[in-house]
Write a protein that binds this ligand. Structure first.
Ligand code: GLU
Length: 430
């Protein structure tokens, strides 16, 4: 579908948000209409059916996708998610975001994304293994260390990566660990990768505090989502003295204005048998108040880190946000309509593809080590990650202050410029 000027639009919220953000920045930089239309479509999209014999003997066919938005800068890179709202178009939008994320981070990748429409919380381990392996086999023709390098995303982790990689390696007849990242540490993974997204997010928050002359020990933060990104963000901020006043998961918000005991929340999450996404259920008995699902967004705090789903900061929730700084951990948590509401209220937003790039930067470190057959120490990994994330933050911060544009717009302009320059350099096939 296109708008009245012929530009691509979509009914899918993530894809449409990605397109609108891209057009706004592209117009600001006077990008040619030819480049705009090239970059508004993915280079390649593969849709696969994934039949699985379920534990009860019935056969269920799941729908999976893998999208390569751009390979202008290098192999496409991006996660694979298991969730009920996964569609081909959603993957297209997320793959586009990955192109900007990798470009802005200065790493040698294009953007990709994949996923399967399913409810992983309602599936057994065996069912998930069969689904992951069949999906892996069906996307195998387009995956490889120099073509497309997947990684974990929502509801996937090291185990899913091993199932997918093991299947593809068996088909190839040789071992190829650099074909995907986010592997378990003992199986060609990289020490540091698990915490990498949270560490990168916290590095952006700390640099923002430095630029604003704010003392971390006087700051209060609320973190939405207590999965891999949210939990480590809360922990790393807290370790540096930031008071975490609220955390949340799909069971609700857990609030304590004097500070949540984050170490206890970690311990609780690791021992609570609740299903994935419901690990904080009952945490109110550990000395905090339980509030509604969205309330984490509205509590009194300085920093808000949305690390859960897309679109949680929208035209209805944005006016109620009290935080002055938002550092986005989730992909696409803020809708296009919410952006001007936050801007008018003077809220500084560190955009997703800058703030949450720690995951893919960490993936790049893993891939580079795999290609060399070499392992860095965790300390080296963490130092390089924080240095790269801080420098990227400063680049965008500087541009946004110099040109008086939001950080999101500044980040888009820098990211699009690197990709469009290379597309022009390489040329369009005749
Ligand atoms: N899924 C993560 C993201 O959205 C990591 C992707 C990767 O490491 O390739 O950034």
């Amino acid at each position: 579908m296109t708008d009245e000027t012929g530009r691509r639009r979509s009914n899918n919220l993530i894809l449409d948000t990605a397109l609108l953000d891209f057009y706004a920045a592209a117009d600001d930089m006077h990008l040619s209409e030819g480049l705009i239309s090239i970059l508004s479509y993915p280079e390649r999209r593969v849709d696969v059916s994934v039949p699985v014999e379920m534990d009860d003997g019935t056969v269920k066919v799941f729908h999976g996708h893998r999208v390569q938005h751009s390979t202008a800068l290098g192999p496409s890179k991006g996660g694979i998610r298991y969730a009920m709202d996964v569609t081909g178009q959603e993957c297209e939008g997320l793959a586009m975001l990955m192109t900007w994320k990798c470009s802005l981070a200065g790493i040698p990748y294009g953007g990709g994304k994949g996923g399967i429409c399913c409810d992983p919380t309602a599936m057994s381990r065996k069912e998930k293994e069969k689904m992951s392996r069949t999906y892996g086999a069906r996307i195998a023709p387009i995956i490889g260390r120099w073509s497309d390098v997947p990684a974990p995303d929502m509801y996937t982790g090291g185990q899913e990566m091993v199932w997918i990689m093991d299947t593809i390696c068996k088909m190839l007849g040789h071992f190829e660990p650099a074909m995907l990242t986010g592997k378990p540490i003992d199986y060609w993974g990289a020490p540091g990768r698990t915490e990498a997204t949270g560490r990168g997010l916290a590095a952006c928050a700390f640099e923002l505090m430095r630029q604003k002359g704010l003392d971390p020990s006087k700051m209060k933060a609320a973190v939405q989502g207590f999965g891999n990104v949210g939990s480590y963000t809360a922990k790393i901020l807290n370790d540096a003295g930031v008071t975490i006043v609220a955390i949340s998961d799909t069971t609700g918000t857990y609030y304590n204005p004097k500070g949540i005991n984050v170490a206890k929340a970690f311990e609780y999450m690791n021992t609570n048998p609740g299903k994935r996404g419901r690990k904080l259920e009952g945490f109110e008995k550990e000395g905090c108040e339980k509030l509604g699902l969205d309330d984490v967004l509205f509590v009194d705090c300085d920093f808000l880190c949305p690390c859960a789903l897309q679109g949680t900061i929208n035209k209805d929730t944005a006016p109620k946000i009290k935080a002055k700084y938002i550092v986005e951990g989730a992909n696409s948590p803020t809708t296009t309509e919410a952006e001007p509401i936050l801007d008018d209220a003077g809220v500084i937003v560190v955009p997703d593809f800058l703030a949450n790039a720690g995951g893919v930067v960490g993936s790049y470190f893993e891939w580079a080590q795999n290609l060399q057959g070499w392992t860095w120490s965790e300390d080296t990994y963490n130092k390089r990650l924080v240095e790269l994330m801080t420098n990227n933050f400063l680049k965008v911060w500087q541009y946004s202050n110099d040109k008086k544009v939001t950080m999101r717009r500044a980040a888009y302009i820098a990211a699009i410029k690197r990709v469009s320059d290379i597309v022009e350099l390489r040329g369009v096939y005749l």
